[in-house]
Unconditional design. Sequence first.
Length: 201
Amino acid sequence: MKCAVIGGSHLAKGLTDGQRSAIEGMGVWLAHEGIQLLTGSCWGYPLLVAKACAQAGGVSVGYSPAHNAEEDREVYGHPQEGFTRHVFLDAGHEGAYARLLMRSVPLVDDADVVVSLEGNWGTLMEQTAAIVCGKPLVVLEPSGGASVVFRRIYPTLAAENRNNYGDQVAFVQTIRQVEQEILSVRDTGSLTDACVIRRVQ
C-alpha cells in the first residue's frame, strides 16, 4: 500500500513538541505497517514524516520537481537525506514554480490514500488532485493552513460539482484517527468517516 502525505514545506510556527512527535510517530507507524510513504521532496512536514519513516526501516519516496538530484539540491534547495529514494519529474516545462505544481499530480496519483497536514498553495493543489483523481483524502484539521481552508470550501464545491470523481474525504482531529482511516482504506478500500455531500443533479 502507498500513502501520500502532503503538507507545508515549512513547519507551522505554533507547532508544539507534542504535535511534532505525533507526526513523526505516524512516519514510524507507516514503516511498521509496511506502508510505503510518498511525499514531496522538500523540508517541513514531508521531511519530518519521511525521516521518521526511513529511520524506522520503512520506504519514504520523495517526489521532486527537478530533473535530477543535482537540480533538486542546487536549484530547489531540497534535502536529499531522509528519503530512501526520489522520483524526479520527467516533464518539459522549465518554469521552476510551475514544476513544483506539476509534481503534485503524480505524487497523488501513485498513492492509494492521501493525508493532508497543514500546508499552503502546493498542498491545496494536491488536495484538489486527490479529489479529481478519486483518491481517499484524510485531512487533519487541527494542523491548520490549507487543511483548515479545505474544510471550509470542500462541502460547497463538492455540492455544486456535477462530476462524480468518486471522491472520499474524511476530516479528522488526531493522528490516531488518520491512522485508522489509512487502515480502513487498506482493508476495505473506503474511509470509515467520509464527509457525505449531497450533489446537484
